[in-house]
Write a protein that binds this ligand. Structure first.
Ligand code: CTP
Length: 447
């Protein structure tokens, strides 16, 4: 018999201290209640792979909700309960969330009409999961702390770098797993096992994708867009014929591939520069996938994804904003326009639109201008506020906005950079205007 593996040392070495002690607390709590508790799923997979994953998933043999309440009290945390599924989420003071599920004991009629068989509930819980590498558990009760539970060859598949389902109906039960298989395969540099691949092809021949709701399909796509390199996943999806199952117009032509490659580069560039600023990556990838598709067809595809009116309108309006910005900056560049004009061309675009524009412009020089806008101009603010204008004798009104806008332009074009220069600039403006005002008065007086 194979010796059971204990990974307690690995847990201690690889996990942040607070997570390791959280697992220990869970184990103690379970023991005190007469339950068994395990951490499971992607969390365990990633520990074995040496990848960081802070999403703790616990499965309890016992009453999961009761357990979650007790553990939360110990940790001084809140609980959100879902009675229907016997699950709970523990929400810690620092915002960290721990998912807790109940492994139900299930009784199975033995095929040979033998008495009912009781399967260990953790085994049943793991058997319901998608792939062997996601069906590993680690026992947390103090007596067994760190014992790896591997009923389905998950460790072997991690070693062999294979994505493998646990039974032949897996994809029929949950077609989204087809996309998940591709996502994990590409993320880890694994390959989908031969048998599993056959099951994918069979499932697709049964047209199971048609039964899937649009929101579920899009959710899976969105998970792909959140990966570090979505493009290889999309290519794999296309090769399996998955994209055309979603919609016949969804194709990765070389044009689309080029655009998505550029999009990926731009996203990486931006995320490296601005670690804190979140972007909705899905918007960029949707714009890329729909780039060569006309309005009507794009609308149908978004309908297939169950997009809300608002979401659809947002994509459409971005498309047209980006198109007009494209032609405006070309013209601007040809006319050797001022930087401030570039600013006012790009200013209406939200960040996702700017990034997609950057991916789309062909000329390297234009791309540099868009990137300059993002890094240097986007957040520019005059050194002078409305309060300063008031102090300088101007009365608040629509005039204010206009002056501040012109001031911004002066700042961008290097005419009035620091506070001193800007004050001077405003004074001059006021003087010009009163001169102008005087002229107008005299002019109107003549009539
Ligand atoms: N799971 C499943 N079938 C699905 C979705 C999820 O069996 N369609 C199971 C898997 O065991 C998975 C766990 O639920 O490990 C948690 O799901 P999720 O958080 O989506 O997956 P992770 O493996 O944690 O993936 P990621 O690293 O992308 O978060």
């Amino acid at each position: 018999k194979k010796r059971e593996r204990n990974i307690r040392r690995m847990l201690k070495e690889r996990l942040p201290g607070e997570i390791y002690s959280l697992l220990k607390s869970a184990g103690h709590q379970a023991r005190d209640m007469g339950y068994q508790v395990y951490c499971v799923g992607g969390f365990v997979r990633d520990i074995l792979l040496g990848r960081s994953n802070l999403d703790v998933d616990l499965v309890v043999e016992g009453d999961g909700i009761k357990f979650a309440r007790a553990l939360a009290e110990k940790l001084d945390a809140r609980v959100r309960e879902h009675q229907k599924f016997r699950t709970a989420v523990i929400i810690c003071a620092d915002g960290r969330k721990i998912d807790v599920a109940t492994a139900r004991l299930e009784y199975y009629e033995h095929p040979a009409a033998l008495p009912m068989v009781e399967l260990s509930s953790i085994k049943m819980d793991l058997y319901r999961r998608d792939f062997s590498i996601n069906a590993l558990a680690v026992h947390l009760n103090p007596q067994n702390m760190g014992r790896l539970v591997d009923f389905f060859g998950g460790q072997r598949d991690l070693k062999d770098k294979v994505i493998r389902v646990l039974h032949s109906l897996s994809f029929v039960e949950d077609p989204t797993r087809i996309v998940r298989a591709i996502r994990f395969e590409q993320r880890f540099g694994f390959r989908i096992g031969a048998q599993t691949e056959k099951l994918i092809k069979n499932a697709l021949e049964l047209n199971i994708f048609h039964q899937l709701s649009g929101s579920r399909i899009f959710h899976e796509l969105q998970m792909i867009f959140e990966e570090d390199t979505p493009l290889p996943c999309l290519i794999r999806m296309e090769n399996y014929g998955l994209l055309k199952h979603i919609h016949p117009m969804l194709k990765l032509s070389s044009n689309v591939k080029n655009i998505l490659t550029e999009t990926e580069k731009v996203i990486n560039w931006f995320q490296l520069l601005y670690l804190e600023e979140k972007i909705d990556k899905w918007i960029l990838y949707m714009l890329g996938l729909l780039n060569h598709i006309n309005e009507v067809q794009a609308g149908i595809i978004m309908q297939r994804f169950n997009f809300s009116q608002k979401k659809t309108r947002h994509i459409f309006s971005l498309r047209s904003q980006i198109n007009s910005a494209m032609s405006s900056i070309s013209a601007w560049h040809q006319d050797q326009g001022k930087l401030s004009s570039l600013y006012f061309i790009l200013n209406p675009l939200p960040l996702e639109g700017l990034l997609f524009l950057m991916a789309r412009v062909q000329k390297e020089e234009l791309r540099k201008y868009v990137s300059h806008y993002i890094t240097h101009l986007r957040d520019i603010q005059p050194q002078i506020s409305g309060r300063d204008l008031k102090k300088m004798g101007l009365t608040p009104g629509p005039e204010f906005g206009r002056i501040l806008k012109e001031l911004k332009a002066a700042q961008i074009d290097g005419v009035a950079c620091d506070r001193q220069e800007q004050k001077e600039w405003v004074r001059q403006k006021i003087a010009e205007q009163s001169l102008q005002g005087g002229k107008e008065k005299r002019a109107s007086g003549k009539n």
